[in-house]
Write a protein that binds this ligand. Structure first.
Ligand code: F6R
Length: 609
């Protein structure tokens, strides 16, 4: 969603802000802007569209200065336009504000401020903040920002500049992520540490209701009452070039290729030997708690929800704990009943998804123990959880989640195996087989990547279709749902993911030669049933791509094309089955000429409900 980068130091702030914002482009945005304090006062440039437009404008109308704030906006209040893009400016034109989040009481604040004589130039909620800071400013900028924040309801990460304080940059937060990057003779604010990693690996992660006052030489951290706070420096563990494409044409492609290595990293120190117990650092559950579990509720959005569905299957089927999975956006509406000894598992790549955070708070308030499966270290969901198992995927930039999904699945497989182990509900042999299967996943993922050319050939045959059906059953129903989501979001082909068992209850009406079906039919307990579904589709002249286990000699005779995967235990298969489906979606989108890393209307991290 929206991105913030602010800079104070000896370099040219617009250059740093634009470069930092480019690292956040993947999050999705529709306009961009920048404000700088110059010797003449505050100067602003704003455009609709991509950062390239902002760069073009900066060439025509250059802007230079050592302190600045930049923003990429994803419209919520008010359409994408120059007036509505950030930074927003006070009436006197000397205060500039960039903002991520939503101010829920902005209509109220706006009419109060208008009644007091403030003139608004945009339809945004953010502009109220610039006027509030102006209203409260009496020579102390930090105090004015604090008073303004006290009036705000909702979520915000803010960057604030004042023409009369060219030596100060202010950042503040409530519910929207904000970090302060610590440099030598320079400091940064950013909505994501990836935006400042090029210049520093040292950051302060700002908490809710906290702010930072940055100068060239230092950072003062305080809460929104003005009380100083101590915060240890977080050292970003990934290298500066982790957010570069590294020779791949798209981040999505790079991230698909990072899977084998990231999977090894995810397993390291947790599961290395099938004969030894799994250790899950960060889970923070005693053996007694695991043995006493009465129910597990998994909740997440989008792709992470699909991983949650795999987790539900595993925890119920293998660890023998009743489990359910809920879309985070739906959970609160149902006012869920939380029993004693309920564990909630929240799954999120970013750790900042608003609906998932709301679901977490709902479940926590009702007494559930909270464990999250997260990629971004120290993110909001991670910090509000009782335990966190990090998937350790490194930065995921492509909007379409790939490596985060398979690593979420792998992590949930380890959690389920660990629970089964502690609860003593599986035979040593079943446990060993499962763990051996999990340990084979990284090598199988590498093997699957070596088959990319064959997947591209299949994509050649289908990229001009307009409709697709993805079918799966049992533990691979989520693989079908996730395969369909990947195809639709990056290629814009209409794709439905369905339980193959439901096919005769509706979707079969769609089957005809112009709709292709991807049927996940790997070896396992539902194989025969999937064969039945494939036959029913072929009988109605629907083209079929079967996802089949190496050596299957039946499916090639039935399906029009086959995506092959190496044999593995059924419970392990969702971690590998997804890889050819990711590559298939990628190549279909590429052949259609789609903007793979930035699909229309989508944002990488959805920080509003
Ligand atoms: C799709 C995709 C989204 C996310 C969803 C949740 O490819 O990436 O569906 O999975 O927005 O995001 P996180 O995992 O950050 O909570």
């Amino acid at each position: 969603m929206c991105g913030i980068v602010g800079y104070i130091g000896n370099k040219d702030a617009p250059v740093i802000c634009v470069e930092g914002l480019k690292r956040l482009e993947y999050r999705g945005y529709d306009s961009a802007g920048i404000a700088v304090v110059t010797s003449r006062g505050l100067d602003v440039r704003k455009v609709v569209g991509k950062l390239a437009n902002l760069e073009a404008l900066l060439k025509e109308q250059p802007l230079h200065g050592p302190v600045g704030i930049g923003h990429t906006r994803w419209a919520t209040h008010g359409k994408p336009s120059v007036e509505n893009s950030h930074p927003h400016i006070s009436c006197a034109g000397d205060i500039a504000v960039v903002h991520n989040g939503i101010i829920e009481n902005y209509a109220d604040l706006r009419s109060r401020l208008q009644a007091e004589g403030h003139e608004f130039r945009s339809q945004t909620d953010t502009e109220t903040i610039a006027h509030l800071v102006e209203k409260y400013y009496d020579g102390d900028l930090a105090a004015a920002v604090r008073r303004a924040c006290a009036d705000l309801e909702g979520s915000f990460a803010l960057g604030v500049l004042h023409a009369k304080h060219p030596d100060i940059l202010i950042g503040a937060r409530r519910f929207s992520p904000l970090v302060i990057g610590i440099g030598e003779g320079e400091n940064f604010i950013a909505s994501d540490m990836g935006a400042v990693r090029k210049w520093t690996d040292r950051v302060y992660v700002i908490d809710d209701d906290e702010m930072g006052v940055l100068t060239t030489d230092g950072v003062d951290l305080m809460d929104l009452q003005g009380k100083p706070i101590e915060r240890s420096v977080y050292v970003i563990p990934w290298p500066a070039d982790a957010a570069e494409k590294g020779g791949h044409r798209h981040f999505m492609h790079k991230e698909i290729y990072e899977q084998p290595m990231a999977m090894r990293e995810c397993l390291r120190g947790r599961l290395s030997d099938p004969d030894r117990p799994i250790t899950l650092d960060g889970l923070n559950m005693t053996e007694e708690e695991i043995r006493n579990l009465r129910k597990v509720v998994l909740s997440a959005c989008g792709t992470a929800y699909h991983a949650g569905l795999v987790g539900r299957y595993l925890i119920e089927n293998f660890a023998r704990v009743p489990a359910e999975a809920d879309l985070a956006a739906e959970l609160r509406a149902r006012d869920p009943v939380v029993l004693d000894n309920t564990l909630a598992i929240l799954v999120s790549q970013s750790g900042e998804t608003a609906d998932t955070l709301v679901a977490l708070r709902e479940l926590k308030e009702k007494g559930a123990k909270i464990v999250s499966v997260i990629n971004v270290v120290d993110s909001s969901i991670a910090r509000e959880s009782d335990g966190v198992v990090y998937i350790q995927a490194g930065p995921e930039i492509g909007v379409a989640s790939t490596k985060a999904y398979t690593l979420q699945v792998l992590t949930l497989q380890m959690i389920a195996a660990h629970f089964a182990e502690v609860r003593g509900v599986q035979s040593p042999q079943a446990l060993r087989e499962f763990k051996e299967g999990i340990l084979c996943v990284p090598d199988q993922a590498a093997e699957l990547l070596s088959r990319e050319d064959a997947v591209r050939e299949v994509a050649q045959a289908y990229y001009q279709f307009h409709n697709a059906l993805y079918l799966g059953r049992g533990i691979n129903l989520p693989s079908a749902l996730e395969g369909a989501l990947k195809l639709k979001e990056i290629s814009y082909i209409h794709a439905e993911g369905y339980s193959a068992g439901e096919m005769k209850h509706g979707p079969i009406a769609l089957v005809e030669p112009s709709l292709f079906t991807v049927a996940v039919a790997v070896q396992g307990s539902v194989y025969e049933k999937m064969i039945g579904n494939i036959q029913e589709i072929k009988a109605r002249e629907g083209p079929v791509i079967g996802v089949a286990t190496d050596g299957d000699d039946y499916i090639p005779g039935e399906a029009d094309h086959v995506l092959w995967v190496p044999p593995c235990p059924e419970l392990v298969s969702p971690a590998t089955v997804q890889i050819p489906l990711q590559l298939f979606a990628y190549h279909v989108a590429d052949l259609r000429g789609c903007p793979i890393d930035q699909p229309r209307n989508l944002a990488k991290t959805v920080t509003v409900e």
